[in-house]
Write a new protein. Sequence first.
Length: 504
Amino acid sequence: MARIAVIGAGMGAMAAAARLAVAGHRVAVYERTETYGGAVRGLERDGFAFDTGPGLLPLPAVYRDLFIKTGKEPLEACVELVQVDPSARHVFADGTELSLPNASRAGVVAALDEALGTGTGARWGDFLVRAREAWDRTRRPLLEEPLWPNWQVLADREPYPAVPHKRLLRTRRAGTLAEVGAWELRDPRLVALLESHALGYGLDPRVAPASAAVLPYLEHAFGTWYVRGGIRELARAVYERCVARKVDFSFGAEVVRIRDKDGRAAGVELADGTAAEADFVVAGVTPGVLDRLVREAPVRGADEVAPQHGAASRLTVLLALRGGRPEGAAHRTVVHADSRETELDALFGTAPGVPARPTVTVLRPDDPELVPDPGHEAITLSSVVPAQTDRSRAEPEVFDLHAENLIAAAERAVPGLHGRLLWHEVCTPADIAETTGAQGGAVPAPALAAGEGRLLHPSNSTAIPGLFTVGGWSHPGGGLPHAGMSGALVAGLIVEGPEFRGSQ
Ligand SMILES: Cc1cc2nc3c(=O)[nH]c(=O)nc-3n(C[C@H](O)[C@H](O)[C@H](O)COP(=O)(O)OP(=O)(O)OC[C@H]3O[C@@H](n4cnc5c(N)ncnc54)[C@H](O)[C@@H]3O)c2cc1C
């Protein structure tokens, strides 16, 4: 039985902790805030409840697997999973509306043909077939296996089988997601639909590799899920599973240093001056925080993937409304920006700033647990904003103004919204930085192949024996399923050793 110190109680770290405890190890989690879940938080006020982190769960199989491997009760016995159908409604810049049914190819093709015109469904359907090929080629190395030592293969090879495109006497293949849209989809609304999937993860479709096609595929193939009571309930269930497996949690316990002995990680030191010895240390924090914790030695090997830079953040606006949720309202509506180009220039240009007319995701869960009574509704709005680095730092009041822009955009999804508004709360990148410790409130994106490896994440094992990294900032990247998988990978690497090649 080894002693394992886990830094942070984010979803990736807790997934690793539960698995390691089941494998017979003594696991202690040190979390700097007063609660578990990291980014997965909620806010309650006046009988209303909201998720302030992710509001939907893709690929629930990852958490199903965690619950199967760590105890008798399956995930469904601990939380109520609800499939979101339609998976999304889209309101495009030209006013066209589209409702995409959940995980049904025929249904999606029919819905597209009806909303956008005959032929668009087939074009999207053919794209999904190619996206599936990219998914099949990268699923194992980018989700289920530790990062390959020869990760450059993933960085150099584009797994998306782009359609040859004739241009100025040359035949080219799409290298970026935006080129996939322009050359293969050809309808501005289909392009907007495609690009919104990358943007939702904080990625610029103009530079995201074509392999980002796996993001819409993933949603199409595995559906979109909601957890009754809010996604925070998933964090609660994972925390309770950890506690049931005798994982020890210390809250208000900031790790300030990782101890090493004879070149091996040997424990952690806390801000209050206490220390804990350990045989393995698992760090669920950002690369910047990790660097500060390990002063003497480089954490990453010389040929390691560089930590992902320039990640975007989120602006979230929580709305308490009078009047009940209308029957049949879509759970998720994406209100597209009037000009995606202007939005992307603002977000990812040389002087990153908050776009005045952003793409806004409107979440309207059909969940009585979120409202004081059926005569009220709780709605969450979110948009991508730059992480607050020195180059893009905005004053808090600026976000209040931008919150008004989000509410104005949401009016297109929820007519009469302004008249129903009781109050609203604004969650800024600074709030995300507070809950996760990520500088500027940056939110990590999932790992993607190609693009010279810019969207790969550092491996879970580090240059320091006994020190592993877990969660959204290490392989296989950000997002609930990916962080959950990183927990499985770290547990495998510790329990089975460096030869571990993945568990699924
Ligand atoms: C607003 C928002 C929206 C999001 N939307 C989506 C979405 O739609 N879909 C999706 O898949 N993902 C989304 N994400 C991302 C997703 O929530 C995360 O990638 C996922 O929860 C994984 O988190 P993690 O394991 O990296 O831990 P984190 O959530 O980053 O938590 C890290 C934890 O470590 C703790 N910590 C940091 N430093 C120390 C220290 N020195 N000592 C002790 N503890 C420390 C922090 O306090 C925190 O609890 C969103 C995130 C946010 C913030």
